[in-house]
Ligand binder design. Structure first.
Ligand SMILES: *Cc1c(COP(=O)(O)O)cnc(C)c1O
Length: 389
């Protein structure tokens, strides 16, 4: 057998992540590798922390990228904050809320599950009812942007309720960071995790996290050691910590961090508000095009994510076949339904660098072409008039 270098055909990534990456960010990946304790690298680590504080809108000192994907950010929050026997309320309205619940039980916590219909937001009243029933609860966890359904929940309100009952909050911001408004300090989030491959448009494999002082206090005063050695923030802080000499903990993903640094720089340059507005703008164009083709978005407008569009399956359409054709004929990737929604919808992402006019046009024209000629023209016409108005 003879092997050759792997050179994938480029795709346009409009699924639930990873998303398209700015060429500047890809170029950063191939810069020369240096040691992970090299003063140059340590300087860049410090910059990443400041840039992440900007992205999260926080002054939290413990704001770092965990060297593993979003799922590891989730585990970082739960393994560090939950001790065996702790009661944790998880508000679940999709796949990622279910994973949070699984984390609680694996940490030996007592799970109180508050369930909402998939496709709807977390109901603040149900959370409050659960907290009244469980005064022993220590933590409340929920997902800001549920990527499995395309729904946004109200972080500010949910955090206020949690605090009223003396609970700290864990928020999943994997899909929200950089795509919609997120104000960690202003909204009173205590612990939060994200991912690099969604609206930050960096390569996957890194998870930005941030913990406020109250959360750090809980971690420092644990009665039991954190079960995971790798994710134990008491140890990780020695590597990412401020000022004091850095101690080797693990080897950071050096080149991937160059890429994250570059993507955060691009976000800072664009400005958070402008990035959110750009996602909304291209979402509106996509919506106009899809609706003109007779397709419907399943989530109510008030709670709909611009960066993740859940599209109802038209009658009699083989959803997997269409996705296969989009990929093979148009080099376009969109997402399938996940969990309960498998086979019932498509998930069209407009995340980070992928939220642009060319992508919206490609998506509407390709989908139109695969669904049938007439509707294609209607969709494109609507997108045209949206962008020219
Ligand atoms: C993608 C995603 C995750 C998991 O991130 P990975 O990088 O795939 O591990 C967690 N939560 C939400 C809401 C996500 O969209």
């Amino acid at each position: 057998m003879s092997f050759q270098s792997f050179n994938p055909v480029p795709r346009t990534l409009m699924g639930p992540g990873p998303s398209d990456i700015n060429p500047r960010v890809l170029a950063a990946l191939s810069r020369p590798i240096i040691g992970h304790l090299d003063p140059q690298f340590v300087g860049m680590m410090d910059e990443i922390k400041v840039l992440l504080q900007y992205a999260f809108q926080t002054k939290n000192e413990l704001t770092i990228p965990v060297s593993a994907p979003g799922s590891a950010g989730m585990e970082t929050c739960f393994t560090n904050l939950v001790e065996p026997g702790d009661t944790v309320v998880v508000c679940q309205n999709g796949v990622f809320g279910m994973r949070m619940a699984e984390n609680v039980t694996r940490c030996g916590g007592k799970l109180v599950l508050v369930e909402d219909e998939w496709g709807t937001a977390v109901d603040p009243q149900k959370l409050e009812d659960a907290l009244i029933k469980h005064p022993e609860a220590k933590l409340v966890a929920f997902v800001h942007a549920e990527t499995s359904t395309g729904v946004e929940s109200d972080v500010k309100t949910l955090c206020a309720i949690a605090h009223k009952y003396d609970c700290l909050t864990i928020v999943d911001a994997v899909t929200s960071l950089g795509g919609i408004e997120l104000d960690v300090d202003g909204w009173g989030v205590d612990a939060i995790y994200s991912g690099t491959q969604k609206c930050l448009s960096a390569p996957p494999g890194i998870s930005p996290v941030s913990f406020n002082e109250k959360a750090v206090e809980v971690i420092k005063s644990r009665k039991t050691p954190v079960q995971s050695w790798f994710l134990d923030l008491n140890l990780v802080m020695g590597y990412w910590g401020k000022g004091e000499k850095r101690a080797y903990h693990h080897t950071a993903p050096i080149n991937a961090l160059y890429a994250l640094h570059e993507s955060l720089l691009l976000l800072k340059k664009e400005g958070l508000e402008n990035a959110w507005a750009r996602h909304k703008h291209h979402h509106n164009a996509l919506k106009a095009g899809l609706e003109a083709m007779g397709l419907t978005l399943v989530v109510d407008e008030a709670i709909r994510l611009p960066q993740l569009n859940a599209v109802a399956m038209p009658e009699g359409v083989d959803e997997a076949k269409i996705r296969t054709e989009l990929l093979s004929k148009h080099n376009l990737e969109i997402g399938a339904g996940l969990g309960k929604f498998a086979g019932k919808l498509w998930r069209i992402g407009l995340m980070g660098y992928a939220a642009n006019e060319a992508n919206v046009r490609l998506c509407v024209s390709s989908l139109g072409a695969e669904l049938g000629g007439q509707s294609c023209l209607a969709g494109i016409g609507c997108v045209d008039s949206y962008y020219s108005s």
